[in-house]
Design a protein around this ligand. Structure first.
Ligand code: SAJ
Length: 420
């Protein structure tokens, strides 16, 4: 079988590699010529454990090739970004472009699968776009139309960056077609390379399931973040509080942090808010709570710094979560950018997973440092990301420092100003 994967990013490329590993002939498509050239040479443009080896082997044995234009295939997988616009409305431009790019190649019997996180109804719209452009194709289930029909489904990705190749195989998958035949064929296709259960439903429920999973996490993190604000106000250690409350058999509170980052959890709930603004009140409020947390942290640090004469602040971590190099939509980065402009202080910034400071932090009062050196230089230590690499920073190093710990990372420093 031939598979055409459109979008060779964090989801599309590992999926393409995995399909090739399972014997499929894979034609990968990306609009970025540099990405295509790199993959064609058996190299990767993103950081993900083991991906380089999988792609190298797939390209070497001829089962994976990359191009800027699609090709004829049996199955088309669309894994392109679905960002949201300034007004918090989903932007389907990339999905539409991907669909329009594959339409000329479609033949009766083909299956088109959308994996991108999308608003409810998108898969049905894809079917409409295809049928509007191709009068020779049909989606009717009737026998009469069966000879020229195509199949369209939604199958959301659910993998965690850093564990993508393992989770692509092991996680359960939800598949929802625009009709039963589409669902059935899509489920059979994923069973070739997924060890987890394949759960069948319709397209709208599958779309909603993806948005629900990430909204669930966002709402729960918002609860933890709200607790951290209440605790800061009442002078209670929120980490100890959560540890204690979680000893109740039916309580499982997540961890507060400097805010919610990444390109999924901070985005997907808006798709639900946009679709049902009157109903999605809690989900909307959670977004506001999580989005306001970076500013709360930054203001806290500015207040602390204002009490000192020419203070130095060690900012530990820039990525959006622990042990990764991804700075996109990172609350840690937003906080440090704000401090660089608004705090009358010198910043010593440590991020062990990158080689140089991003352009947005190239200010005269910002220095890129190794973590322990940053702490040594500073009066205030602002812990933003709980990287394992910060483990060696022990109580001796923090002894005479003011600590603002947004992740509950330092359990016993002598002077903690705030755990927020
Ligand atoms: N965070 C907290 N406190 C917590 C957990 C997370 O502040 O207790 C923060 C993190 O620091 C980070 C953000 O939330 O800034 C998101 O991190 P994450 O690890 O919760 O999630 P992602 O964005 O890496 O991946 C999520 C996953 N979804 C769920 O766990 C429901 C993943 O399975 C999805 O595939 C992915 O979104 C996606 O692509 O949608």
């Amino acid at each position: 079988k031939k598979v055409c994967v459109v979008g060779l990013g964090y989801i599309g490329l590992p999926t393409a590699g995995l399909l090739a590993k399972n014997g499929f002939q894979v034609h990968g498509v990306d609009v970025n010529i540099h990405t295509v050239e790199k993959i064609s040479q058996g190299e990767v443009h993103i950081t993900e454990p083991d991906l380089d080896q999988v792609v190298k082997e797939a390209v070497q044995c001829g089962l994976l090739r990359a191009s800027t234009i699609p090709a004829e295939a049996d199955v088309y997988i669309l894994a392109v970004p679905t960002p949201f616009q300034e007004n918090n409305k989903p932007d389907l431009t990339y999905v539409e472009q991907a669909v329009k790019a594959v339409i000329p190649y479609l033949r009766p019997g083909n299956l088109v699968i959308l994996e991108s996180t999308s608003p409810v109804g998108t898969t049905e719209r894809i079917a409409d776009w295809i049928l509007e452009a191709r009068r020779d194709l049909s989606i009717s289930d009737s026998l009469y139309a069966a000879y020229n029909r195509i199949f369209v489904s939604y199958c959301p990705e659910r993998v965690l960056p850093g564990q993508i190749l393992r989770e692509l195989v092991e996680n359960d998958r939800i598949v929802g077609g625009i009709d039963e035949a589409s669902t059935r064929w899509t489920a059979d296709f994923y069973r070739h390379f997924v060890k987890g259960a394949i759960l069948e439903t319709n397209a709208r429920t599958a779309e909603m399931a993806k948005l629900t999973e990430n909204s669930f996490r966002d709402v729960n993190i918002a609860f933890a973040n709200e607790l951290s604000l209440i605790c800061d106000h009442l002078e209670i250690d929120v980490w100890e509080l959560i540890r204690l409350a979680n000893r109740h058999p039916r309580v499982n509170i997540l961890q507060p942090g400097p805010g919610v980052g990444g390109h999924c959890i901070a985005v997907d709930p808006w798709f639900l808010v946009d679709a049902a603004p009157e109903q999605a009140k809690l989900i909307h409020t959670a977004r506001i709570v999580n989005d306001s947390k970076p500013w709360y942290v930054a203001e806290k640090v500015i207040q602390v710094a204002a009490k000192l004469k020419s203070p130095g602040i060690a900012c530990l971590g820039l990525s959006f979560k622990a042990n990764i190099d991804d700075l996109r939509e990172s609350p840690a980065l937003a906080i440090v950018e704000h401090l660089a402009k608004a705090a009358a202080a010198y910043l010593y910034v440590a991020e062990p997973h990158i080689k140089e400071l991003p352009v947005s932090l190239q200010y005269g009062n910002v220095q890129f440092c190794e973590a322990e050196e940053a702490v040594r230089q500073a009066d205030i230590v602002l812990l933003l990301v709980n990287h394992d690499a910060f483990g060696p920073i022990g109580p001796e190093l923090l002894e005479d420092k003011i600590v603002v710990d947004t992740r509950g990372f330092f359990m016993h420093p002598s002077r903690v100003e705030a755990r927020v």
